[in-house]
Design a protein around this ligand. Structure first.
Ligand code: TRP
Ligand code: SF4
Length: 328
C-alpha cells in the first residue's frame, strides 16, 4: 500500500489541449503526480450531460486529449490514467448516491444555473445534467480520494461531494473519506482576443499547433489596448502578450522587454515575435512526443488499458464495501 495521499481529478474531453487548459490544470497534475497517488481520468460521461444530442465527437476528443496529456508529461508510470466510462462502477455508485442526494442541493448549485444560461443553445433541462455533481461525487469518492485538485469553478462540486459522502456515512456507516479541494493557482493567460481562452471562442493556442500557426496567432494577439502607436509607451502589466513572456521568456530578457515597452523602445510586432519564438521552442519536445504517440497508436491503447485496470481494481473494492453498507 502506498502511503502517499490519494488525489483524483478529471477533465471533460473537449479535444486538443490549449494553453489555457495546460496552465490552468495540466501543469499542476504533472507536478502532483510526483507527490501523490494520482488518479486522472477523461470525464466522457460528463461530456455527455451537455453533448447528448451530438455525442459523436466525444470519443475522438478523448483520444486527442489523452495524447496531449501524455505528450505534455503525464506519466503512466506515476499516475493512474483512465477513462470514466470504462469503469462501470462509477455508474453504480452514482445510482446509490442519487438515492440519498436531496434535489435542492443540486438545484441551488451555482454552476448549474450558470451553465444553463451560458449554454442556452442546448436543452439542459435533463435529469443527467442536474445530476452532474452526483456523478462527480461518485468519481471522487469511489477512489476514497483525500484531495481533488481543481480550479475555483469546481469548488461547489467538491463541496457537494463532501456533503454526499457525509450523508452516506451517516446513513450506512463510514465508507468514504470527505475529500478536500486543493485549489490550483494558475497564471492569467487569455485568448488571442483577450477573452477567456476557449475552444468555442476560436481564440486559443493549442499545444499541438504547428510553429507557423503559433507565429500567426501570436502576431494577431491583442496587446495593451491603450497603446495605439509604437511611439506610445505601453503597460506590460495589462498586456496578455507579457503574461506569455512571464511563462516563456527568461527573466533577464523579459525585464528588458518590460523596460523597453514602458519607454516605447520596442514595438508590439517585435515583442510578439520574441514571445512566439520562445513559445514555439518550449513546445518542441511536446510536438515530438505527440508525433511519437500518433505513430504508435497501440501504445496509447496499452497505457489506457493498464490505467483502466488499476482504476477498476480500486473502484470494485470500494463498491463491495458500499453495497454491503446499504445491505444489498
Ligand atoms: N466537472 C469537472 C470539470 O468540468 C470535471 C470532472 C468530472 C471532475 N469529474 C471530476 C473533476 C472529478 C475533478 C474530480 O472540470
Ligand atoms: Fe505588450 Fe509587448 Fe506591446 Fe508592451 S511591447 S504592449 S508587452 S506586446
Amino acid at each position: 500500500m502506498s502511503s502517499k495521499k490519494r488525489i483524483v481529478s478529471g477533465m471533460r474531453p473537449t479535444g486538443s489541449i490549449h494553453l489555457g487548459n495546460f496552465h490552468g490544470a495540466l501543469t499542476n497534475w504533472i507536478k502532483m503526480q510526483n507527490e501523490y497517488d494520482a488518479f486522472y481520468f477523461v470525464a466522457d460521461w460528463h461530456a455527455l450531460t451537455s453533448e447528448y444530442e451530438k455525442p459523436e465527437n466525444i470519443l475522438k476528443n478523448s483520444q486527442d486529449m489523452l495524447i496531449d496529456w501524455l505528450a505534455s508529461g503525464l506519466d503512466p508510470e506515476k499516475a493512474t490514467i483512465f477513462i470514466q466510462s470504462q469503469i462501470k462502477e462509477h455508474a453504480e455508485l452514482y445510482l446509490l448516491l442519487s438515492m440519498i442526494t436531496p434535489t435542492p442541493w443540486l438545484e441551488r448549485n451555482p454552476t448549474y444555473k450558470e451553465q444553463i444560461l451560458a449554454l442556452s443553445n442546448k436543452d439542459l433541462s435533463t435529469f443527467g445534467f442536474l445530476g452532474y455533481p452526483v456523478l462527480q461525487a461518485a468519481d471522487i469518492i469511489i477512489y476514497k480520494a483525500n484531495a481533488v485538485p481543481v480550479g475555483v469553478d469546481q469548488i461547489p462540486h467538491v463541496e457537494i461531494t463532501r456533503e454526499i459522502a457525509r450523508r452516506f456515512n451517516r446513513l450506512y456507516g463510514k465508507v468514504f473519506p470527505e475529500p478536500q479541494a486543493t485549489l490550483t493557482q494558475s497564471p492569467k493567460i487569455l485568448g488571442i482576443d483577450r477573452r477567456k481562452m476557449s475552444k468555442s471562442y476560436n481564440n486559443a493556442i493549442y499545444l499541438s499547433d504547428a510553429p507557423e500557426t503559433i507565429a500567426k496567432k501570436a502576431s494577431s494577439m491583442v496587446t495593451d489596448p491603450q497603446r495605439a502607436r509604437k511611439t506610445d509607451p505601453g503597460d506590460p502589466s495589462v498586456c496578455n502578450v507579457y503574461e506569455f513572456h512571464k511563462l516563456y521568456t527568461p527573466e533577464v530578457r523579459r525585464n528588458n522587454i518590460e523596460e523597453a515597452c514602458k519607454k516605447a523602445e520596442i514595438g508590439c510586432v517585435e515583442c510578439k515575435k520574441i514571445m512566439s519564438q520562445n513559445l514555439i521552442e518550449a513546445l518542441a519536445p511536446f510536438r515530438e512526443k505527440r508525433e511519437y504517440y500518433l505513430a504508435n497508436p497501440n501504445l496509447l491503447k496499452d497505457i489506457i488499458q493498464t490505467g483502466n485496470q488499476k482504476a477498476q481494481a480500486v473502484a470494485s473494492a470500494t463498491m463491495e464495501e458500499a453495497r454491503a453498507s446499504v445491505k444489498l
